[in-house]
Design a protein around this ligand. Structure first.
Ligand SMILES: [Zn+2]
Ligand SMILES: [Zn+2]
Length: 154
């Protein structure tokens, strides 16, 4: 049994890495926001029902082992994303939007201890898989909140 009580935010630093172990990283600051995205791209990327993102400041992230490979994707909105993953096992570690260069969206399932994660926001619920049940205390959005303040932790 994990000693960390569930849903209690863990204090930084956090450590994590990819599936094969070639990539290791450390995060030195607490997250800005943790959310789940149910868009079809996140479903494809994760190979699962939704993607999780932990917004952190770019300077709080340090790679301690390995070198990430990247690819860039232009979204329908015109926004450009740089997606970083392990070159050996393909595990996505994070992405960064050109619009917000000071922030990284870490894939928090890659943390060594993911037991404390709890998304406060669920976005793109219009494409959520039908079996997914959203907790009552989470904020829900058919697409994304109009006001981008939530991505700054406001
Ligand atoms: Zn790997
Ligand atoms: Zn998404």
């Amino acid at each position: 049994m994990n000693k960390v009580s569930r849903n209690k935010r863990l204090n930084p630093p956090y450590h994590g890495g990819c599936e094969c172990g070639a990539i290791r990283y450390t995060v030195s600051a607490a997250p800005i926001v943790i959310y789940a995205c149910h868009c079809t791209i996140c479903q494809t990327q994760s190979g699962s029902a939704f993607g999780m993102a932990m917004r952190i400041s770019a300077e709080s992230f340090s790679l301690t082992k390995g070198t990430l490979k990247t690819f860039r994707r232009v979204a329908d909105s015109g926004q450009v994303f740089t997606n970083s993953f392990c070159p050996y096992c393909g595990t996505r570690i994070h992405h960064r939007a050109d619009r917000t260069p000071g922030q990284i969206s870490l894939k928090p399932g890659t943390l060594d201890n993911s037991s404390w994660l709890r998304p406060s926001h669920h976005v793109f619920l219009r494409s959520a898989q039908t079996w997914v049940v959203i907790p009552d205390d989470a904020l829900r959005f058919e697409t994304v909140p109009e006001n981008r303040a939530w991505l700054r932790g406001e």
